[in-house]
Ligand binder design. Structure first.
Ligand code: NAD
Ligand code: AHE
Ligand code: ZN
Length: 369
């Protein structure tokens, strides 16, 4: 079938709007009509060429929501008409990871996903007869996309798809990093580095966890008002201080924070986020994604003296079992999503959505097919 799509033809170039060809689902696969998708910084990161797994030409996009159009042979858990959120972290329920009870990472489709291919190592997308790569197992920048059954969470039909698409990445990642990865305890002091959708969702999670003090840090002071509305109590622009930012935070907090979250993808800030943690118990969670070749460093003494470094992917959330509950929480008013959506526009304005993100003018832009 034909599908409207935005194609990443090469790194560093704007997306090309095109009508692509989409093959029907093979065994264990599902064809989904994406109703709405948003742009996450990770899409921009891959498009920039900094992603070691970035392959071109590809159909990017991983924060979306849609409706099942057709299922392939052997698919039992989904049927046409079901509302779904694509998952870049699959949940097969059967692999070593899924059965471990220790992680939300799933091994079932990750290897081929990282190569931009479906589990049978082929693509369902083509443009003018030439294959296009998939992306993160989701490729939501195409009106019609094909995913493995294990990469789809079935959610309530009552929920607005143009809002809950944000649960496909940003909102879930931030809240989950607080509740699942850090397990922030009531009364804690939390520092959040980077106030995009991820950082704001971390603030939301910290409020849900009853943190007493939430320090919001960004080099763009325009982000502070929304951070305040989400529950941040203190605001720090590193540019306003001569001292290293970790020293500023340590001085503000009688020795450091209980938890910090890096929501930028900057390895120098990752070091600051660790080093602003309290001696003996402070934990720093890396959420930001850093470019190829970049590495983190600190004095081992920072860890010897009790600080802990952790990372979080999709907030430690198991998509198929837990995302339907997140949708219900949104419907009951217990999780904010609408407040992240600073812009809404037709899908064909997708390059403008990328520009707004780069310029620091948007939190999330929802694109409608
Ligand atoms: P974003 O661009 O909307 O937000 C980043 C924020 O960081 C901006 O407000 C920017 O002003 C701020 N910033 C940049 N440099 C800074 C600095 N030196 N000090 C303080 N603030 C600084 O991005 P986003 O969509 O919120 O994504 C944030 C990061 O999280 C990206 O690296 C993205 O790839 C990553 N991410 C990871 C996961 C995961 O599962 N681990 C999921 C989603 C996104
Ligand atoms: N491809 C990159 C890694 C990118 C990365 O870390 N992705 C996050 C999700 S970002 C969503 O916006 C993630 O979940 N990672 C775990 C995984 O299995 O990919 C690289 O460095 O190769
Ligand atoms: Zn994302």
């Amino acid at each position: 079938m034909k599908s409207r799509a935005a194609v990443a033809l090469a790194a560093g170039k704007p997306l090309e709007l095109a009508e692509i060809d989409v093959q029907g689902p093979k065994a264990g696969e599902v064809l989904v009509r994406i109703v709405a998708t948003s742009v996450c910084h990770t899409d921009a990161y891959t498009l920039s060429g900094a992603d070691p797994e970035g392959v071109f030409p590809a159909v990017l996009g991983h924060e979306g929501a849609g409706i099942v159009e057709e299922v392939g042979p052997g698919v039992t858990s989904l049927k046409p008409g079901d509302h779904v959120i694509p998952l870049y972290t699959a949940e097969c329920g059967k692999c070593k990871f899924c059965l471990s009870g220790k992680t939300n990472l799933c091994g079932s489709v990750r290897a081929t996903q990282g190569k931009g291919l479906m589990p049978d190592s082929t693509s369902r997308f083509s443009l003018e007869g030439k294959p296009l790569f998939h992306y993160m197992g989701t490729s939501t920048f195409s009106e019609y996309t094909v995913l493995p059954e294990v990469s789809l969470a079935k959610v309530s039909k009552e929920a607005p798809l143009d809002k809950i698409c944000l649960l496909g990445c940003g909102v879930t990642t931030g809240i989950g990093a607080v509740l699942n990865t850090a397990k922030v305890t009531p009364g804690s002091t939390v520092a959040v580095f980077g106030l995009g959708a991820i950082g704001l969702a971390v603030i939301q999670g910290a409020l849900m966890a009853k943190a007493a003090r939430i320090i919001a840090i960004d080099v763009n002071p325009d982000k502070f008002e929304l951070a305040r509305q989400f529950g941040a109590t203190d605001f720090v622009n590193p540019k306003d201080h001569g001292a290293p930012i970790q020293q500023v935070i340590v001085d503000m907090t009688d020795g450091g924070v209980d938890y910090s979250f890096e929501c930028i993808g900057n390895v120098n800030v990752m070091r600051s986020a660790l080093e602003c943690c309290h001696k003996g118990w402070g934990e720093s969670i890396i959420i930001g994604v850093a470019g190829a070749g970049q590495e983190i460093s600190t004095r081992p003494f920072q860890l010897v003296t009790g600080r802990v470094w952790k990372g979080s992917a999709f907030g430690g959330v198991k998509g198929r079992s837990q995302l339907p509950g997140y949708v219900e929480q949104y419907m009951r008013g217990e999780i904010k999503i609408d407040e992240f959506i600073t812009h809404d526009m037709p899908f064909d304005q997708i390059n403008h959505a990328f520009d707004l993100l780069h310029e620091g003018k948007s939190i999330r832009t929802v694109l409608h097919f």
